[in-house]
Design a protein around this ligand. Structure first.
Ligand SMILES: Nc1ncnc2c1ncn2[C@@H]1O[C@H](COP(=O)(O)OP(=O)(O)OP(=O)(O)O)[C@@H](O)[C@H]1O
Length: 247
């Protein structure tokens, strides 16, 4: 297996569930600082691919390398420590804590929600919270209880909680689901900002949004890659129109 300059190198990846190959000899490379969008019909294997990368699901065969380190047999928490962040569709924020506290508890080695002794909210943590809060557009909401935020703001807060850990690969599953059109616009800007110093993978069905954010699009179908390239190229591909965009 070769060393690569990619942030993420997935090679010949396969996972079978009772003989059904949800991911089938898939190869995919993601550059550092790249924002890649994965599209494809329901059941194509998009979520399963993210599950394999973050360690929620174990591969049957193949290789996943992150910064040239083989991940396939590494525990999920170690992948997080290596710099892989994953956001699921439903936000998992602490509704009773303030925006500031939600960000603070996400700082690596920081205070746990249960208030571990010995942790001081240092200037370093405060400064980091401030930077992240500005990135996610919640700098004026630091004292607001998270439960009072709008749906979109909750999603941004969860992205912020991941950013506190400075991930080098961030994976987001349908980040704009349920958002207003203004929130979608702001999320596009947010994603463009945060991919400047990390690789970002987004699963998305909203083609207008994909057009706005994607550097490159990967189209999945039946556990394999059907097409890959700039949005204009993928959109004009008859195979993609046939299985996905034409529906
Ligand atoms: N743990 C599992 N056990 C059995 N089958 C599974 C498991 N996880 C996923 N699958 C199957 O693998 C296939 C791919 O599912 P996956 O959720 O990855 O698709 P998807 O592209 O994310 O679809 P959607 O756009 O609907 O979210 C589906 O047929 C699904 O039923």
């Amino acid at each position: 297996m070769s060393n690569t300059d990619f942030a993420l190198a997935v090679e010949d990846l396969t996972v079978s569930f009772d003989g059904f190959k949800a991911i089938d000899t898939l190869t995919l490379y993601i550059d550092k600082n790249e924002l890649r969008v994965i599209i494809g019909p329901n059941g194509a294997g998009k979520t399963t691919l993210l599950d394999l990368i973050c360690g929620k699901t174990r591969a049957s065969s193949g290789s996943i390398k992150f910064k040239n380190t083989e991940l396939t047999r590494m525990a999920e928490y170690r992948r997080v420590r290596m710099g892989i962040g994953r956001k699921f569709q439903t936000p998992s924020i602490y509704e009773n804590l303030s925006v500031f506290q939600n960000l603070e508890v996400s700082y690596p080695g920081g205070r746990s929600v249960f208030g571990a002794l010995g942790f001081k909210c240092t200037d370093e943590v405060k400064a980091k919270v401030q930077v992240v809060a500005e990135d996610i557009g919640l700098a004026d909401k630091l004292d607001t209880e998270a439960g009072l935020l709008s749906h979109g703001q909750k999603q941004w807060l969860e992205i912020g909680m991941l950013l506190m850990q400075e991930p080098e690969l961030l994976m987001l599953d349908e980040p704009i689901a349920g958002m207003s059109s203004r929130e979608r616009e702001l999320t596009a800007e947010l994603l463009q900002r945060i991919c400047k110093n990390r690789a970002v993978i987004v699963i998305e069905h909203d083609m207008e949004f994909v057009k706005r954010i994607a550097h490159k699009v990967t189209v999945m179908h039946q556990g394999k890659i059907l097409a890959e390239g700039p949005m204009e190229q993928v959109q004009a591909d008859p195979k993609v129109i046939d299985v996905y965009l034409g529906h």
